[in-house]
Design a protein around this ligand. Structure first.
Ligand code: FAD
Length: 502
């Protein structure tokens, strides 16, 4: 009976949905079943709604990055192709208190971050237009686009945006979580480069958030992830770029001391070269043991520029892929030490840039490997990514964000990103336990060494972390206030359980 009345509501179209919205406050405690929610949505969305077992449903699941996300089965997947579609979806889902998930690129690794068992998953990949505006400076990007499409399209005009390193990562999730890429020292976090967000609010309204409209929402979206609304389009400011130089050099692990020093010197250089982006990784796999990797990126076609020469001079190199290339091709080079569709786990912490600490961290990494016995084809990696004052200067120049990294001075910070990849679901508990133990150990030792910082990056945060709290109390208070203004019933916390919540 309830289903029939919901269907009648849907058949009555949006007018009825509007009426329901006016009459009934979103009651987020009485949740409609996934079947009911999908039946209602089907009336409006037709072929844009995929039922379990259909080809489009299976394609959507198969394109998540992590196997754990692929194995969560929503009752249906809705695939909007316009902001109006997203608005209509919310106008149906919210009054019925339907549980839903928001998915863009699907690269989040925490199970359930962008998918929902027995609910409705909104797959935004149909919102994937990339269009350079007539000013030849700004670009409109659908939130479901992948970064590779942005880089390819802008390259024809010798422009780019500093987004995620891997071309297949989604623009939506990565930008709303901050977004640190190779060229962040030139332009800031991906979120800092957004001059306007088109957002669908919980009540279905489609609004613009920019420096002049919905100003609090604009700032809150620069790090606030899925807590405020569904972003459908982002307008980025681009910057000029032609060819670049970069690649990855693999080294024997015996060179760790030289790398620790080189990383420290790179990040603490008072005349930092803003063209340069650098990552240092420790990588373990049972087939090759532990190796070290330096990923180097330079925003000019200059071979081995002076800023990297201390790193490229480190001996005992096993492989070197550095080359002159372009941003789109670079984003397609394999940079990840994990593979698409494998089981994944991530977490991150931030440290003071400190050479003694890097050596000690490497020791903790090596000690943690013993807990992986019997996990076949596991890849266990830890990446250090400098957060230099040049990045934060860009954030400030563009009006600031809510990440809480405002007062950074030399010697700077390093974001530490842990990732594990494995294949056998039977080993989940062992790998999760090992990952949790390693996180605890690194936290404890870093605290003792007085190098641990508050900041946890949303984009790599782990199952047990709370990156939003790491923005600091004033930013959390700002975010809560901004969320309350646009979503007084807390729809994006109560009906969207996945993701990092306020
Ligand atoms: C191989 C690889 C490389 C990576 N490289 C980088 C990198 O260089 N820099 C970096 O910062 N991060 C990087 N990441 C991390 C990546 O930024 C995060 O995983 C990010 O969440 C991915 O965004 P997505 O849209 O693909 O993910 P999704 O899993 O689709 O979404 C992630 C979260 O954002 C929410 N969300 C997505 N779109 C919207 C929207 N339009 N409106 C509201 N909420 C939304 C989702 O609900 C979910 O909570 C990388 C990850 C991988 C696996």
């Amino acid at each position: 009976m309830r289903l029939i009345s919901f269907l009648l509501l849907a058949l009555g179209g949006l007018a009825a949905a509007h009426a329901a919205e006016e009459d009934v406050e979103a009651d987020t405690t009485a949740v409609a079943s996934g079947d009911t929610c999908c039946a209602v949505l089907k009336v409006y969305f037709g072929d844009k709604l995929s039922d379990q077992g259909s080809a489009t449903y299976n394609e959507s699941l198969a394109t998540y990055w992590s196997a754990q996300e692929e194995q969560i089965y929503p009752t249906c997947i809705v695939r909007p192709t316009s902001a109006m579609d997203v608005s209509k979806a919310l106008r149906f889902l919210v009054p019925l208190s339907c549980k839903f998930a928001i998915r863009a690129g699907g690269f989040g690794t925490v199970p359930g971050i962008a998918n929902i068992k027995g609910g409705v998953t909104i797959d935004l990949r149909g919102l994937n237009d990339v269009a350079l505006n007539s000013d030849n400076i700004t670009v409109n990007v659908g939130s479901g686009a992948a970064w590779g499409a942005v880089y390819s399209q802008l390259q024809t005009s010798n422009l780019t945006v500093a987004g995620a390193r891997a071309g297949s990562v989604g623009v939506g999730g990565s930008t709303l979580g901050g977004g640190l890429g190779d060229f962040a020292p030139k332009a800031g976090f991906a979120a800092d480069q957004v001059i306007a967000f088109q957002v669908v609010l919980a009540n279905g309204d489609i609004v613009t958030a920019s420096a002049t409209q919905n100003i609090a929402l604009y700032k809150a979206l620069k790090g606030g992830s899925s807590n405020l609304g569904i972003v459908t389009r982002l307008t980025f400011k681009t910057f000029p770029i032609e060819n670049i130089w970069g690649g990855t050099i693999l080294y024997n692990k015996t060179t760790i001391d030289a790398h620790a020093q080189a990383l420290y010197d790179f990040a603490s250089n008072p005349s930092y070269d803003a063209n340069a982006g650098y990552l240092l990784s420790f990588i373990y796999n049972p087939s090759f043991g532990t190796i070290l990797a330096s990923r180097l990126a330079y925003a000019e076609p200059t071979e081995n520029p002076p800023v990297f020469q201390a790193i490229t001079a480190i001996p005992n190199q096993l492989q070197n892929s550095t080359q002159i290339t372009n941003v789109a091709a670079f984003s397609n080079l394999s940079l990840s030490f994990s593979a698409d569709g494998y089981r994944q786990d991530n977490w991150d912490l931030t440290f003071e840039n400190n050479v003694v600490w890097y050596k000690s961290l490497y020791g903790l990494f090596q000690n943690s490997i013993s807990s992986l016995k019997g996990v076949e084809n596991v890849t266990w990696a830890f990446t250090l990514e400098p957060i230099v004052p040049a990045i934060l200067a860009q954030s400030q120049a563009t009006g600031g964000n809510i990440l809480g990294l405002d007062n950074l001075t030399l010697p700077g910070l390093a974001l530490g990103v842990f990732s594990a990849t494995w294949q056998d679901p039977a080993k989940d508990k062992q790998v999760y336990d090992a990952s949790d133990k390693f996180l605890q150990k690194v936290t404890d030792v870093a605290k003792k060494a007085k190098v641990l910082q508050l900041y946890v990056d949303v984009n790599y945060a782990g199952r047990k972390q709370n990156p939003i709290a790491s923005f600091g109390m004033p930013n959390v208070a700002f975010l809560k206030q901004a969320a309350k203004q646009v979503d007084p019933n807390g729809v994006f916390q109560k009906l969207v359980p996945g993701g990092f919540k306020l």
